[in-house]
Ligand binder design. Sequence first.
Ligand code: JHZ
Length: 409
Amino acid sequence: MEKKDLRCRSCGSKRLETVLDLGRMPLADALLTEEELDLPEAAYPLEAALCADCSLLQITETVPPEVLFCRKYPYYSSFSDELLRHSRENALELIASRGLNAKSLAVEIASNDGYLLKNFVEKEIPCLGIDPAEGPAEAAEKIGVPTICAFFTAEFANELAEMGKRADVIIANNVLAHVADVRGFLAGIRTLLREDGVASIEAPYVRDLIDNCEFDTIYHEHLCYFSATSADRLLRNNGLYLNSVKRIPIHGGSLRLYVGKKDEPDGAVRALLGEERDRGIDGMNYYNEFAAKVGSIKSGLTHMLSMLREQGCRIAAYGAAAKGATLINYAGLGKDLIDFVVDRNTHKQGRFMPGARIPISGPERLLLEQPDYCLILAWNFAEEIMNQQEEYRARGGKFILPIPEWKIA
Ligand code: JHZ
């Protein structure tokens, strides 16, 4: 059904069809302080819709970016060893393949706490991070990663270009999908990128989202959910080209898009576009069963946790992740079912999950209290988490994975 006044974020079409409606949800990273527990909490509609013209899956609500990403943004990339490893490989591959040296410039948009650019600093390759979140940007500066605390926009790119800056490589991981003015963002990349430069862009892959029912990765920060097809169309319409692509496992399955100013697609791009065409990823049929599957994850999970509770079990959760906020709030998992959440990120500890208001502690609490079960909300890092928590398991603790359907790990 056509949605009044709503237009596709990529192509401007009005033909948006609802794929999943999660109702009103709090902001996933708006972790509460103790004082805020007495105050009302904002909630916004969270609905994903498919564009019948360019096939981009997107949410319909746009929360102002200043509300989402600036003050008190609690996400710091460096708390996952796996992400650090992944990012180092990303950096080293770009350095080698592009022959970067002391005369080059690498720019990262959404550079967070310097988790990736520190590899360029180590190799003495000039780099610049850009990130609007004050805390993470300060942390990056502290470890020697030059960082400007700002949103990356077309205007901002013009200012950098006027200062004589041109990038050989632009890295934009987990940010394209977050940007409301996506066309301005891409115009900025065009301005800043050298003629023969490459932009390396990572974004969660909509195919993994649908096939593995990763519905909890839908939250207000994530405006778009890309396929190679929808990304290719968006880029082309903005004077940039998808020239190579990789499927990568990070964050439950992502795409790494290699983008340039000339139209030179390689075999990997042609193959993936072909696969997506064969699967019908640009049509509503691909998304038809998704909402029903999400509904059954919700009922299965709440039923199982309620049964455990009735048996007198203590249940905790691991990972105060943004996706965790979607999962617990959509499934209605409150303090009555989950006693506490643990997270290594010290900026999240002492705060409370939005909506459900479950307290967040350091991971040591698992061994101190030894709950019978621990639901892994950051399931994308399940292996890393379970390896760290061998002692909890050795003492009889059990991990539960919530998706694509709950299982005891
Ligand atoms: P994590 C993030 O989403 C951030 P989130 C952002 N919203 C985005 O776009 C996506 O990624 C792609 C903790 N942890 O990264 C750290 C431990 O405590 O899966 C994090 O708080 N111990 C911008 O927030 C959380 O879990 C560990 O051993 O959904 C993981 O959050 C590990 C590995 C992680 O994503």
